[in-house]
Design a protein around this ligand. Sequence first.
Ligand code: GLN
Ligand code: ZN
Length: 776
Amino acid sequence: MTTPTFPAATILGYPRIGPNRELKKAVEAFWRGASSAESAEADAFALRRANRARLVELGLGATDSSIPEASSYYDHVLDTAVAVGAVPTRFQSLVGQDGSVDLSAYSTIARGAGEDAPLEMTKWFDSNYHYLVPEIGPDTVFAPSDRRRLAEFQEALADGYRTRPAFVGPVTFLALAKPTDDAPEGFRPLDRLADLVPVYATLIAELAEAGAEWVQLDEPALVTDSLPDSREALLTAAETTYRALAAASPRPSLFVAAPYGDLGEALPVLAGTGVEAIGIDLVRGATPSEAHRAALGAVTVVAGVIDGHNIWRGDLGAALAAAEELVPLAAAVAVSPSTSLLHVPHTVDVETELDAELRSWLAFADEKVGQVVTLARGLRDGRDAIATELDDAAAALQRRADAPGVRVPAIRERVAALTDDDANRGDVAARIAAQEAALGLDLLPTTTIGSFPQTGDIRKTRAAHARGDISDADYEQAMRDEIARVIDLQEELGLDVLVHGEPERNDMVQYFAEHLDGFAVTQHGWVQSYGSRATRPSILWGDVSRPAPITVAWSTYAASLTDKPVKGMLTGPVTILAWSFVRDDQPLGDTALQVALALRDEISDLEAAGIGIVQVDEPALRELLPLRRADQPAYLDWSVRSFRVATSGAADATQIHTHLCYSEFAQVIDAIDALGADVTSIEAARSRMEVVDDVAASGFSRAVGPGVYDIHSPRVPSVQEVTGLIERALDGVPATRLWINPDCGLKTRGYEETTASLRNLVAATRAVREELAAGA
Ligand code: GLN
Ligand code: ZN
């Protein structure tokens, strides 16, 4: 077999939703029944074709396998699951005779249908992308099944491109899977590796036969040590897998990519298996140590030297140096971004409203493609060949360091003066007593997470206001009308702690970014969050401060309409950082404290205006958790401290809530406890209340609201189902500390299902209250 050479410049993946969110529009129209599957497929094909053409225009080779074939209708983990036949039993009937999973079946697995819950969704490594969790049991039948990737490769070939089909690698696929419900105690999906690898071998053999010269297998599981499987088990699995795949024939050359961190001792293991190329993340990870270098002489190292996860133009000279350092060590060196470009928007070019100076500091996906192409040229022809590009990047970096607003002395002095007292609310018992006296709530208080459905009208009104088409006064009135409707509805439903519904917020982070100094917002900077959902992260470029109160007028207006308590609603410092593109020129912890002080002032203004409950959302707390255990304590330290600085100015009688979005509560339970919030709501429905066991096991002593229904799907849970979940929650949490709420905010839902679901939530709560009263 002659080994084709790896392209000098490549990317691991490209934004999938389209520059104008074409894919989102196409699949959502199909889901709504407004268009056919054929029409959605045609739009998706047009987007794939346009993306390939764009990448060639930006300097990648059309036929050298530098373009990854890595699109997805919803999620790349689900794509891999359907390719290997790992479809849960409840959806098996949707799979075609030949193993194919058409768009309708695929959508159902992703989103659920009727009583059939969709796959669980959770965060992809330390990003804000969510993947669908495969369910693997002892009886899961792996078989080469859906051939969408092959079809895409062939479609590209017909257009004159030889692309590089990408899959989630077998080790990562199993490491991220969860055992099926009927799996015996102690079973791990990774136990099934030997059955899975031959399926990959078949799929990639078919690709080789179709003309693929390279395939890409993403193995980020090999950079972490905080997955349920031990690192040792993962390394052994990697060794077995890649020895087997390398020995298979026919096959394309194998490129194993390991983004999001440092491979460490997994690097020599992989390099010794016979794979031809290995992608390493040199932004998060370090240059391979002396001990890990020996085996590199046999492989192409694909140096991930451009940050794929952030939008700064960065230090191009340093990136080149990092790649150059590998040249004497490896058989060949290629250049790529550190991760898939899935995490950044398409292009800076369309951001015409951003300050020109700020724009010159940025690089989105297309600009990063340009950067890797430039660096590949520099590696091949020497530094002089790209001197202009290096000088321009260095000059931009210098201008950024010196720009006004990047370092504001008054803000820095306030952060420097913080003491431990500023991060401490004092005695818990006193707080509980003061809050009981102030609020007088029923047992099992019901509430929501904050947002209510964002109807087309709300979005239109906000957009019209942003364009200047309607006056401030008209806009304000429209939002007030909406708040009044939402308050009325909550009263009618019988909820206990009300919210104003967040109609004025386009996004829980961007809204604050728009009202704080030190941030900029983009017009088109969409980034996929899950499925067809995208967010538009703000850019935190300078020192942060709050020029004026942000939420007080909306919350007090809502409170004026009801006798029930209304929760003020803020986004916490860690989440504001996690869901923005944050400056990379100082530690995150320093930036977090600046945000915390702005929030602290906001809470104090809310209290002064009579708001007695304030929720500070931190759904991203676990997302930023470093993938290596050794790095976690320092992170938890600064993240917890920033939350405490934000909330510790509150009086005893003010009840502080927080909300977190994920189910692996156990991982960060101590940190959640350390936040010191009086009430914590958390996602739980999709994992069927497993979190309650963690709460019980950890001795978590504060009030919790494990979500009793999944807001990620339009399914309405029955009263009986919610009752069951509440009863299940009561196994682990005493009634005096249990709150009843949905999993997350309702803004992506429609009113019909929201109203029905909340009605059932209240009815179920009342039923359980009666049971408790009868039992007592
Ligand atoms: N308060 C926010 C909302 O309800 C929380 C959303 C979230 O946790 N992602 O929309
Ligand atoms: Zn949430």
